[in-house]
Design a protein around this ligand. Structure first.
Ligand SMILES: [Zn+2]
Length: 251
């Protein structure tokens, strides 16, 4: 799906038009059916500050993760969710600080946003990491949407591997109290992905980048948004079955 930036003014105009349209739905009707409306989502932009995460030339994982996370917050808040972020700038945060924050606010879910990397630069694909059984339901719902969407738009779709779900007590997943997933949507070590990932969603804090029209980072955020919708619509509260087929390593 082609995603375009909706500035606050456009959203306001849309809301006013809906209120003025006597034949339209009653105000709040759409919100009642929005799967994230009224939910509390904790977003954890992986790494930050002195911890860069993966690096490929001038491309830093911590920056990609934060840029995507800020956009996720914008989208989810625009749909009536409450969003808490473990960092909103280039800050160094321990895993403990992150999960303690998400636990303290009683979030419904935690989404830890990462970007994968591996020494073999020909590798590309999507991986979703979980730890507990509750995590696995969320990870599966997100992965169901994330993998096919990002494969279809990948620089080399035929080589875009489904790394599946992987159980790993990684970082924030270890001691959080709500269903949580660590997303590893693509490999920034792949030269084709790296070239696409260079385009940020935000040119600077809060200002959309006009060069990012259906750019790779927007495709990634949309895949995560669709996955979280899938979870709240179809899987929230469900018990998982069996171990995941995941392989590979998240970064
Ligand atoms: Zn990472």
């Amino acid at each position: 799906m082609k995603l375009r930036w909706l500035p606050p003014l456009a959203l306001l105009s849309f809301a006013v038009a809906a209120l003025l349209n006597p034949g339209g739905s009653a105000p709040g009707a759409a919100a009642d059916h929005d799967p994230v409306y009224g939910r509390h989502i904790c977003i954890d932009p992986g790494h930050g500050g002195s911890e860069a995460g993966a690096v490929n030339g001038e491309l830093y994982e911590k920056d990609i993760n934060l840029d995507e996370s800020l956009y996720l917050r914008h989208q989810w808040e625009g749909r009536g969710a409450t969003v808490t972020m473990t960092r909103v700038s280039d800050q160094t945060k321990s895993s403990r600080e992150r999960y303690e924050l998400c636990n303290s606010i009683g979030a419904d879910i935690l989404v830890s946003v990462h970007t994968n990397s591996v020494s073999n630069s020909t590798s590309d694909g999507a991986l979703s990491i979980y730890f507990s059984n509750g995590d696995k339901v969320l990870a599966r719902a997100v992965h169901q949407k994330m993998y096919p969407a990002l494969k279809a738009s990948a620089p080399a779709p035929d080589a875009f591997i489904d790394f599946g779900l992987k159980k790993d007590p990684l970082g924030v997943l270890l001691k959080r109290t709500m269903p949580s997933v660590t997303t590893e949507p693509v490999f920034m070590s792949h030269p084709g992905e790296a070239a696409l990932l260079f385009t940020p969603i935000y040119a600077e804090a809060g200002t959309p980048n006009p060069d990012c029209v259906d750019c790779r980072r927007l495709q990634i955020t949309q895949a995560i948004i669709d996955g979280v919708d899938n979870y709240f619509l179809n899987f929230a509260g469900e018990e998982p079955d069996g171990p995941g087929p995941g392989r590979g390593q998240g970064k």
